[in-house]
Design a protein around this ligand. Structure first.
Ligand code: BGC
Length: 260
């Protein structure tokens, strides 16, 4: 069941590392809402581990000054757009290659001087959706698919996350799925919504066949345009858009930091 986890803390800080911006916020863990505004700094260029760690530290320091900040020794949750296995980055499809093999947990923990828990960005978004959004109280397998620069994926079965699914890297019709069906592929190739829907149909029907999910949830900026492509898809599984929109990564990371 996707019932609320046993959360000892009331609030936690979450930070979402993206290709263009790094955003942080204080999350109310009982509602999944942000307490106060989120705080954003542009992603440094080049986005090396050291440069990004400095920005994450600045964001956390800023949030920490606020009246509503949790105790300054509580863990911070951070998302990263790559495979994160036991705190170590194992891929770098859309980020600087120097991340591969970096112990991101250890690097950030040292830089921040407090415990940090790093997780894959789509996994964080998935957790947020299952606990507070469109996947709340949905039994069985929920698949959250984020359409952005790449394709992120999160599988949550009866409330339990199976991390690092990487469905964007499925090979379909001899191509890596995200190279054809991500939001950036649509822009790059200037696809019409009809053309893009054909790509999504191929992806979602294949994933549906492999996993027989109870529900698909679409996340990423393009979920705002769902009316342009969702009605064109024909699959058996119910498919809906994420509720938490921009803050899903921050919320999911904060949540995970508090239950781990
Ligand atoms: C990465 C995933 C990530 C996704 C969305 C993919 O290219 O391999 O780890 O979740 O992009 O950022």
């Amino acid at each position: 069941m996707s019932s609320s986890p046993n959360i000892p803390a009331r609030s936690a800080i979450g930070v979402d590392i993206g290709g263009t911006g790094i955003k942080g916020g204080i999350v109310d863990l009982t509602t999944g809402k942000l307490i106060g505004d989120r705080f954003r700094i542009d992603t440094p260029k080049p986005a090396t581990p050291e440069a990004v760690a400095e920005v994450v530290a600045k964001i956390v320091a800023e949030l920490n000054k606020r009246e509503d900040a949790p105790e300054s020794d509580t863990p911070v949750g951070v998302t990263f757009p790559a495979i994160i296995h036991r705190g170590v980055a194992r891929s770098a499809s859309n980020v600087d290659k120097t991340w591969i093999g970096t112990d991101v947990d250890a690097l950030f923990t040292k830089q921040l001087g407090r415990p940090v828990l790093v997780m894959n960005d789509a996994d964080a978004a998935g957790l947020a959706e299952v606990h507070f959004g469109a996947g709340k109280d949905v039994d069985g397998t929920v698949l959250v698919i984020t359409l952005g620069t790449g394709i992120g994926s999160a599988l949550i079965h009866d409330g339990v996350l199976v991390p690092n699914l990487e469905l964007g890297h499925l090979e379909i019709d001899s191509a890596v799925a995200e190279s054809r069906a991500s939001a950036s592929a649509r822009q790059r190739e200037e696809l019409s919504w009809d053309e893009y829907a054909v790509r999504l149909q191929r992806f979602f029907s294949h994933v549906e066949f492999l996993f027989s999910p109870t529900l698909f949830i679409i996340g990423g900026g393009i979920s705002k345009r769902a009316d342009d492509y969702l009605p064109k898809l024909s699959i058996e599984t119910p498919i809906t858009v994420a509720k938490s929109k921009n803050n899903a990564g921050i919320v999911g990371a904060a949540l995970q930091s508090a239950v781990s």
